[in-house]
Each structure stands twice: as structure tokens, then as C-alpha cells.
Design a binder for this molecule. Sequence first.
Ligand SMILES: Cc1ncc(C[n+]2csc(CCOP(=O)(O)OP(=O)(O)O)c2C)c(N)n1
Ligand SMILES: [Mg+2]
Length: 611
Amino acid sequence: MNKPGEKALATGAGPGVATRKGGDLIAEFLVEEKIPYVFGICGHGNVGLLDPLYRVRDRVKLVSPRHEQTAAHMADGYFRVKHRPVATLTSTGPGSANLIMALAVAQTDSSALLAITANVPTSQFNRGPFQELNRHHQADFPNVIRPVVKRSFQPTRVDMLPLALRQAITTATSGRPGPVNLDVPFNLFQEKAEVPLEPAWNFEQRRSGASAEDVRRAVDLLAASRRPVFFIGHGCTLSEAGGELTELARKYRVPVISSPNGMGCLDMRDSLSLGFIGRNGAYPANQAGRNADLVIAIGARFDDRSSSSWMPGYSWNFPSSKLIHVDVDHAEIGRNYVPDLGILADARTFLRQLLAESASRRIDGETQFRAHFPEWHAEIARWRAEWEKYIRPNFEIHASPIRPERIVADCRAVLPDDAIISLDSGIHHNWFMQFWEARRPQTMLNTWGYSGMGFGPSAILGAKLAAPDKPCVSICGDGGFTMVSHVLCTAVEYDIPAVWVVWNNFSWAAIRDLQYAYFGGREHGTAFYHGPDRKPYNPDFAAWARAAGVEGMTVTKSQDFKAALEHAVKLGRPCLIDVHVDANIRPPGTGAWALPPIPPMEPVFGKKHVR
Ligand SMILES: Cc1ncc(C[n+]2csc(CCOP(=O)(O)OP(=O)(O)O)c2C)c(N)n1
Ligand SMILES: [Mg+2]
């Protein structure tokens, strides 16, 4: 996308604009907006756009995965890594319906993409043609997609396309990013109009800050605090606020708790980084959260997983702790906890304002604002030492099947700081949110809000296209990988050297463990078996990979994993490692999580503490 003033109107606005087919107009818009990829699957409804895309194929590459869900996850992954949107293209009806789950993932994790869907010709609206949904309204796909996008546009004439395209990209990328739908009736690709394209805004351009009064109040609260913490989320990452966060945290020595999508904004090797909070968080983070007297939440939601299901004393202690809640989305401010100070602002702008305000508090040229909190840091160091003593020995154990900690440790040892990992939904993710040490922003891609399986193994393809020079590794469950195993074909077809580490525990282990814990230790429908004696079953994932043309390895001993991963990362071709992980070792809960009315599980390490 272009910065303001960087370019004139696309193809020469004003008199002399060529008469173009709607399909060409869309293709040219993608070129003008520097959208380098369309991830899409064909259908009779969108063939009218494939031909215009052929004409711009040197500037907009069409990648066709084998399932629409994967197309949208790829676009989502691309945006999370590069912060630039790409498009998906799907056909009328079922092809577009296959997008829904992946759009929900993008929506709930604030990831922008343009979902171009095709619909039936306007002249056939309400006649019930092939693949029209019309029970309540003609060509009603926008109503199907509505809850999972920021906005759905359905232009019905070619001359409506320029405005719809501009508004679609602007809406997707500005404010809180998210997916946007452009639903195009079939005839618009073919019909012509003499209309200029309109350039879009981009999300860099909207950086609203806090009022001067609110900035002063925030610094007053920080100055009066003795036990402050930052709680940062995807909003910090999206606003590319890592530099400002790091500067502010280090200058005043404010510790940082992070949600998974905020990880890496502060290098997690920094002693100020406390990791994730909640049931699957780190003990020092839960201790700091529940003992803090001031929480400054920036671009972070207090969802159930990062708040121990809002039960006081497990992760947070509002209202006895004060809360400053900063977000670009007013709907998130005060959703679960009423803040003492709610601020509608961009994360980076707000952090810059805090830096400027705290530096300006001078008397005789000396900064009067020296927030170092030595007692607070002594307490945190003690919690960190207790936690380390409890967990560290398990990182050293070699075994077969492999202890989960070894996978996390060896991934960290092998992968460079800028490598990108994607996680899926499942127990493997819990291990990574508890123990992964992200060192750079945009390097840990999590399906957080919607937790959709299939995201991780698919998004890694988009991530690799966004960052071809960085190793891109999907760590995914055996169940989740099976859901989208066709990603192997796309990697081969388009030469995308992604790596999949299949965390093979022969079960839907995250759910199996809930069943064990809540329902008398029984297992039913949550593990994979074969034969009369119910032996654990899975396909031979490595052979499956090889059948697709991907290098495949099986690792059953922890001693072998590191070398296998090193090989995979260096290979320069797609590669899958099937890793047999011990299904019976669980990440230690340090907060709580509740599924009412079942009573919550108490932490196994640490305990509730209401101030
Ligand atoms: C598409 C989808 N279906 C179902 C679920 C519910 N679910 C969450 S975790 C999980 C099990 C995951 O199994 P696996 O991929 O093997 O990962 P593991 O927990 O074993 O690490 C399931 C079924 C989901 N989140 N997404
Ligand atoms: Mg599994």
C-alpha cells in the first residue's frame, strides 16, 4: 500500500480513463495497492477473475492451496509477519463457505486480509440458481460471512467496484485490523465501466494518541505505584511498538507480562520479561499479576485464558490493583475489568507519549521520574528462582517417547532469533506459551482468540512467503496436522520450504486431558486407535510427507530431534518431522481456567492470592 501522496490515482483518474472489465479493475487494484499474492481456489463463480489475474501474474502471484480454509490462514499468516494485507479468492457458495473458520481466526486475532468471494450473476438473483443462498435475501453470502469479518461489501455494478475496493482495504488495515469481504456477483467480472480506481488508506496512517490529560494521569499512576506491570498483547505487535515498549520498560524497570501474540515485543531473554499469564502461564507472571498494584494493559484483552477465567486472585486482583487499559478498540476497554483509566489510543503512540511525559518531569534539568521499584524486583527474582528450580530439571531429561520440554528447548536452541514459528490449537501450544522464548516481534504466530485447528500448519506457508529468508516452522498437533495435511501439496507445488514438526501424541490430547480431569479419568472420542486391542494409531506422517514430495523424518528419541530440526531448517525444501511425544506429561498449571459449572482446577504450582 502507498503512503499518502506517494502515488497518483491508479490508472489515471479523470477523463480518458479506459473502459475496463470489472475483473481487470480488481486485478489492477491489487497491482496498485502492491498486494503481491492472491491465495485462492477456482470455481465457476470466479473464473472471470482468474483471467485478469493471469494478465498481472508477474506482479500478483496466484497460489492455489487445496482447501479454502488454508487460503485464508495463509493470508492471515502473511499479514501477521509482514503487516501488509494480501487477498484470498474463492468461488460462489461452498468454496467461500469453507473460509468461515479461518476468517474467524483472523477476526479474533486482528489480522487483515481481503476475502474476495464470487456470487451468482445479478440477473439471476432470487431465482435460486446453482449455489445461491436466498432463503432470506438474494445472493446472501454477506450474511453468512458477516460475523467473521469487519465488513462485507457487495457491489452490484462495475462502477461500484472502485469505492468498494478502497473501502475494503482501508477497513481491513486501519484501526484494529481484521478480515474484510468483497462479494462480487459473477457478471461484474465481465461487464465494463469507465471508472478510475481509488487508492486506499493504510493502517500506518492512523496513530491516534491519548489526550495530554490522560498521559499525565497515566504517568502519575506509574509514579505512585510500587508494584507495576505492563500487560501487552497483539495490539503492541500490530502497532510495531516493541522498540518503545522495550525502552520504557528498561528505563523505569517495569516488568512485562505478555499474551502469546504480544510475545517478542520485548526480547524474552530480558530479565523484565515474565512470560504469559493464566493457567498455562509462567509462575512469575501470575505472581506479578496478582500482586501488582498497577497494571498497564496495552493492546491486550483480558480473555479467559489470560485472566484465569476472571476469577480474582489467580492471575489478577482487580479492582484492588489499579488498571490503565489502552486499546485502539473501545469495545475491549472495560469489557471484563473496569479500568481506573481507559485510553483509546494506538499502542506505539501511547508508549511514545509516556516516554515523553516521563522524561519531561524535570526540576533543575534533572528527571524527577525514577521508577526503579527495587523491592518489587527482589520479589519477582524470588518467584523466578522458585519456578526455575521446579521446571528446569525436566528440560534436561532425555526419554522415548520424548518429554515435551525437550522439543521446546531444542527448537529454541536450533532456530535463530528471527525464525518464525506457528502454533496450532492443542496441548503442544500450551507448552509453547508457557516456555517459548520469543526474541523478536512477529515471530510467534498463535491462533489465540478462536483457536482454530489447521491455522498453524497452513499459516506457516503464508509466513514463509512473507519472509522467504527466515526459517519458518509450524509446530502442530497430530490431530491438527491431519485436518490440513494437503498443505504438503501446496508447499511442493509452489516451492515453499516450510518445516512442520508434528507433535505426535496419538490423541486430541488437549481435550483428552480435560476429559480425564473432569469425567472420572475416562477417555472417549479423544484419542486415535486401531484394531480390536485398540493400539494407538496414526498414519506414518513421514511416509505421507514423502508421498507428497516433501522430505519426511520420524523421531522417537529426544537425542535425535535437534539434528533432525537442524537438517530440516537447512534443507531449503519443505520438510516434515514426525516427533513422538509423551502424551502423559502435562504442562504445569500456574493459574486457573474454568468451564462453569464445573469447579476450576487449582494451580499445581503456586496458589490463588486475593489481596
Ligand atoms: C477446527 C477445530 N476443531 C476442534 C477444536 C477443538 N480442539 C481444541 S484442541 C483439540 C485437540 C488438538 O489435538 P492435536 O492437534 O493432536 O493437538 P494436541 O492437543 O494433541 O497437542 C481439539 C479437537 C478446535 N480448536 N478447532
Ligand atoms: Mg495430538
